[in-house]
Design a protein around this ligand. Structure first.
Ligand code: ADP
Ligand code: MG
Length: 717
């Protein structure tokens, strides 16, 4: 297992629960796993695909996701394919053929296939080593993503009694969990409920005032970083995307009102790093597996913590630091309440209201965001300071708030508990408004009693009193403030109340405990990102499928300038090393040459020193190419014989030449051309290929230039 993890996926170690899940799958046990977004669920079924004899069949709800996952698996050298309605008939037939010929290690299908008898008959003839149901909550009517097609999956265990079935989801309340297990008819499954803590996510709440300006300022600090901004309505999505575009920030909208085609185009552009910001309603959801989302902003208040947590969960799947910011204004509450009030079922309405209150508390209470989120999901974070939220990194002071609370609540009480927040604050601060004069509230005893402190302070007191349940908001259209039992105790009794007050400016933020991997060379990252984008475009896949941000960040910490260094970077398995290693090594080398001052930290695990298995594999592929070359075959013939790209063989040649192996350069580039190319390198005083190619106006190939360069470097010219 660990060899496959390293060689195929390029990872050093398993994430929590992956190993035990895979072990159970290999022991043919059913599995039910709840792991947070980014927890690494795919690996739990992709790794068995590589090491079991039969095919792993994955049922996944979204066509767009399927293609990306298959692309990603193929990049890792897994024989993967998908069947869904987007395939042309011929394509589907060829997948079926491969399936029947036992050529597929991994097959993704849409749930509706299980309604097709023909498909089931085909599957019966194939040894299926695992059925993996991804996004398994889609089978439950109680969940929020119910898909009727998923109900067909309840037949799997009956039709294929010998194959284990594993169900994965990131969202399951106990009720949904039971429902999934029943509906899928899992046979006493091995069950995992992972921690929902996402240590690399930084949580932050800011008061919403002048949102557009706040967002522009925020984005200016996150230039070129991919991120999602959630808004509630289609109109606000469109308006914000326009505003940002006018300010020169590339942003595209996404909401259910756009045509399917528009949505697809915009999502792709985001996926492929062509546009960094997507402004979206929550319709932009499950279809995003992009691992390098660096921030998720909620520009409006979400309805509940489940939704909020799920949406923020789309940030930082790669495990690198990502930021989740909620812009909170109480002005958003009435709109949500309005929708809740429309609900006809009393119980449902009460539940929705309760959830909204918890969301508001999360946003308004000055205590550790991470603890509050995890607490909501029944998890005890334990640590007092998480180190990665605005509260824990800011200076928080506990202050006695009894006197201020009494001033405010007295104003509430003396005006008959019939007014909203703004008006009450106006009374306390002694504002001279028309309404106050009309209602003669300037004669209330506490009028102006808090005039020595500004409105922001009083808003803070209101938030604290609400969060601590000393006052509540009541009323349909116009929520008014009322005292609770606890509030009366403070106003009329002797009870005290304290509040956690946050002091700006916040300290520089870092990763949470155990999250993020520290700083990296951002200048180099920019260069590597450009290379990644080019390679991704050639392969027609999203950039994060070539390498995740995490992998690039690691390169920008360790500066791997040769194959063995590259092999030691997390996320680089054999297949990717072969395909992309050189392109990145080249850039890093040039960068190091241009910046001689950079000191390279030692990496604890050098891939070569402690991974003999891996080393051998590497040697083998080069040796094969070398042997073929020695037999007199051309680069094209070798590529064909080895079923590898010409560019791959070319890079083998390059490595072999540089390693000093006996490669007859005359066979690769004729002497006269070699001479001209070599001279140009010397004239240009640079090892860059492009200027050379440009100079010869296409009469010299990229490969030829590469070989000559390798030859010259070997001889230390
Ligand atoms: P999920 O489906 O649970 O949301 P994914 O399967 O998409 O998560 O994995 C999220 C990211 O984590 C991917 O970029 C994946 O490559 C990476 N990942 C998975 N397992 C590991 C591991 N053991 N070590 C490092 N990265 C991993
Ligand atoms: Mg997933």
């Amino acid at each position: 297992m660990i060899d496959t993890l390293k060689n195929v996926f390029g990872f050093e170690s398993f994430r929590p629960n992956q190993e035990v899940i895979i072990k159970n799958i290999l022991a043919k046990k059913d599995v039910f796993a709840v792991m947070p977004t980014g927890g690494g669920k795919s690996l739990c079924y992709q790794l068995p695909a590589k090491i079991t004899k039969g095919t792993v069949v994955v049922i996944s709800p979204l066509i767009s996701l399927m293609k990306d996952q298959v692309d990603a698996a193929r990049e890792n050298g897994i024989a993967a394919a998908f069947i869904n309605s987007s395939l042309l008939q011929g394509e589907a037939l060829s997948v079926y053929r491969d399936l029947k010929d036992h050529k597929l290690e991994l097959l993704y299908i849409a749930p509706e296939r299980f309604a097709m008898q023909g498909f089931i008959e085909t599957l019966r003839k194939v040894p299926v080593s695992l059925f993996a149901v991804d996004e398994a909550h889609c089978i439950s009517e109680w969940g929020h993503d119910f898909r009727p097609d998923y109900l067909g999956l309840s037949r799997i265990t009956e039709i294929f009694p010998d194959s284990p079935l594993a169900a994965f989801t990131a969202t399951a309340t106990p009720k949904v969990e039971k429902d999934i297990i029943n509906k899928l008819r899992l046979r006493s499954p091995f069950t995992v409920r992972a921690s929902f803590n996402r240590p690399n996510l930084f949580y932050k709440v800011r008061s919403k005032r002048g949102l557009d300006t706040q967002l522009v300022e925020f984005l200016s600090k996150h230039k070129d970083e991919p991120g999602i901004i959630y808004r509630t309505t289609r109109d606000s999505v469109t308006a914000l995307a326009d505003t940002l575009t006018h300010k020169g920030i590339k942003a595209l909208p996404y909401h259910a009102g756009l045509t399917r085609e528009e949505r697809k185009t915009n999502q792709e552009a985001f996926n492929r790093d062509e546009v960094s910001v997507i402004v979206a309603t929550i319709a932009f959801g499950m279809g995003i597996d992009k691992s390098n989302v660096r921030f998720v902003v909620h520009a409006d208040l979400p309805k509940n913590i489940e939704g909020y947590y799920q949406e923020t969960g789309r940030a930082g799947r790669d495990g690198e630091l990502a930021e989740c910011v909620l812009f909170f204004g109480r002005g958003d509450i009435p709109r949500i309440r309005y929708f809740i009030d429309q609900m006809s079922d009393d119980r449902e309405r009460a539940v929705a209201m309760d959830k909204l209150n918890k969301m508001v508390m999360y946003a308004s209470h000055n205590s550790c965001r991470r603890s509050r989120l995890l607490e909501y999901f029944g998890e005890d974070y334990g640590d007092e300071n998480c180190g990665a939220c605005d509260i824990c990194t800011g200076t928080v002071k506990r202050v006695d708030a009894t006197v201020d609370a009494q001033i405010l609540m007295s104003a509430v009480s003396r005006t008959g508990q019939r007014f909203g927040i703004r008006h009450v604050i106006d009374i306390v601060t002694g504002a001279d408004t028309k309404r106050i004069r009309e209602l003669q509230h300037n004669e209330v005893k506490t009028y102006g009693a808090g005039g020595h402190k500004d409105k922001r302070h009083w808003q803070f007191i209101v938030d604290e009193l609400l969060a601590q349940d000393a006052i509540c908001q009541d009323g349909d259209r116009y929520p008014v403030l009322k005292l609770t039992e606890k509030g009366r105790g403070i106003l009329f009794g002797n009870e005290k109340i304290s509040a956690l007050k946050r002091e700006e400016p916040e300290k520089k933020q870092g990763a949470g405990k155990g999250g993020g991997l520290g700083p990296y060379d951002e200048v180099l990252f920019d260069k590597l990102r450009t290379v990644r984008k080019k390679l991704a475009d050639v392969q027609q896949v999203p950039p994060y499928i070539v390498f995740s941000d995490r992998t690039l960040h690691e390169m920008c910490r360790h500066y791997p300038a040769d194959i063995s260094g590259m092999a030691g970077i997390s996320g680089i398995g054999d297949a990717k090393l072969e395909r992309y290693g050189d392109d990145f090594i080249r850039v890093i080398k040039t960068y190091l040459d241009d910046n001689p001052g950079i000191s390279i930290p030692e990496k604890k695990h050098s891939a070569l020193s402690c991974e003999p298995v891996r080393n051998k594999t590497k040697g083998e592929t080069f040796n094969k190419t070398y042997d073929f070359f020695k037999e007199g075959r051309s680069i094209k013939e070798i590529a064909k014989a080895r079923n590898l790209a010409i560019s791959t063989i070319a890079s083998h040649f390059e490595q072999l030449i540089m390693a000093g192996r006996d490669m007859d350069i005359d066979r690769l580039v004729d002497p006269e051309r070699r001479d001209r190319i070599g001279k140009l390198f010397l004239t240009l005083q640079s090892w860059q290929l492009n200027p050379v190619i440009e100079h010869f106006k296409g009469t010299v190939s990229y490969e030829e230039a590469k070989f000559v360069r390798a030859y010259m470097q070997r001889k230390n010219v």
